[in-house]
Design a protein around this ligand. Structure first.
Ligand code: NDP
Length: 300
């Protein structure tokens, strides 16, 4: 039987609609407009695209969007002073510093200077600790989006065998932690894992976050398993015309879809959920800052 395609585009639109409804409520009932500040240092083209689309979608759900574009050579002290200013701005509920930062800036120092309550990327060391101990935290957007799709598809993932391929601080580790918090039995695989194929074959849930185009073939997938493909890799696509490119994930879609029970496509799977979860985190942060009830189903 063909795998169910988990439509991240459609799911993300639902999440954004839920966020928009809550924003309308916050404005009408409490006179509060959630605000998200995005800080971009330098002119990395991919980062510029992300920041533009984050700003556009923030406005579309009715929130306030503030963008700070800083020169690539901005001194660290200047960036820290801006973050301090945003930390103390009552109209800003979420702060996101677009990564990667230019080499002269200490990424850990910068991220850890954000007020944890406004850290909508969930990368601050306090939020990592809170997530690791199962306490209320800000949860990294991409893994949160994956978790939402898994919960929606399975209801409960308790007791399922989950394999996360990749152990980055941004995706792999928080993903594994979220799966564990939902009582899955979790294995984290990485570049030193022995017999990765054998490890993946035991999984009811596979989350691939590797950054290697189409690395996971269909014959690694247990029949009926759910495959969440986090990878975004741009490849040349001469078959589409000269100079054309295409996006592929970290799993080989056609062969995996032939055996999986469910699978996320690339594009249109995890990608759209990431920005939707950023908006969800901002509205959650705003509610927490004001001692108000959080919207249901928008956090872990
Ligand atoms: P990183 O490069 O930080 O981490 C990659 C991980 O994959 C590492 O832990 C590495 O292991 C592991 N790995 C590399 N090669 C292998 C291998 N041959 N076998 C097993 N494991 C391997 O990447 P990210 O976590 O930041 O991103 C992963 C992917 O997700 C990328 O394609 C990225 O573009 C995409 N992404 C997508 C997002 C979205 O919104 N959809 C958001 C963020 C990322 P080791 O630690 O041993 O080196």
């Amino acid at each position: 039987m063909a795998a169910t395609i988990i439509d991240g585009k459609e799911f993300a639109a639902r999440v954004r609609a839920q966020v928009a409804t809550h924003v309308t409520h916050l404005k009408a009932e409490h006179g509060i407009t959630p605000g998200l500040a995005v800080v971009l240092v330098g002119e990395d083209p991919a980062s510029q695209v992300y920041v533009r689309s984050k700003g556009k979608m923030t406005v579309e759900v009715g929130m306030k969007s503030v963008e700070h574009k800083l020169d690539v050579e901005t001194p660290e002290a200047e960036l820290l002073a801006l973050i301090d200013q945003l930390n103390n701005d009552p109209e800003i509920h979420g702060i996101l510093v677009q990564l990667p930062l230019p080499k002269h800036l200490n990424e850990d120092l910068v991220i850890n200077s954000i007020d944890p309550a406004k850290d909508v990327d969930g990368f601050h060391i306090s939020n990592v600790g809170l997530l690791g101990t199962g306490q209320k935290s800000m949860v990294p957007c991409t893994p949160l989006g994956c978790l939402m799709m898994l919960r929606d598809h399975h209801g409960s993932i308790s007791g399922m065998n989950a394999v996360v391929i990749g152990r980055s601080n941004i995706v792999g580790k928080p993903m594994a932690q979220l799966l564990l918090n939902d009582s899955a039995t979790v294995t984290i695989a990485h570049s030193r894992t022995k017999d990765l194929a054998d490890v993946v074959r035991r999984a009811d849930i596979v989350v691939a976050a590797v950054g290697r185009p189409e690395m996971v073939p269909g014959d690694w997938i247990k029949p009926g398993a759910t495959v969440i493909d986090v990878g975004i890799n741009r490849l040349d696509a001469p078959e589409k015309g000269e100079g054309k490119t295409k996006l592929v994930g970290d799993v080989h879609y056609d062969s995996c879809a032939a055996v999986a029970g469910a699978i996320t496509p690339v594009p249109g799977g995890v990608g759209p959920m990431t920005i939707a979860c950023l908006l969800a985190n901002t509205v959650t942060a705003c509610c927490r800052a004001n001692g108000l009830a959080e919207p249901e189903g928008l956090t872990a």
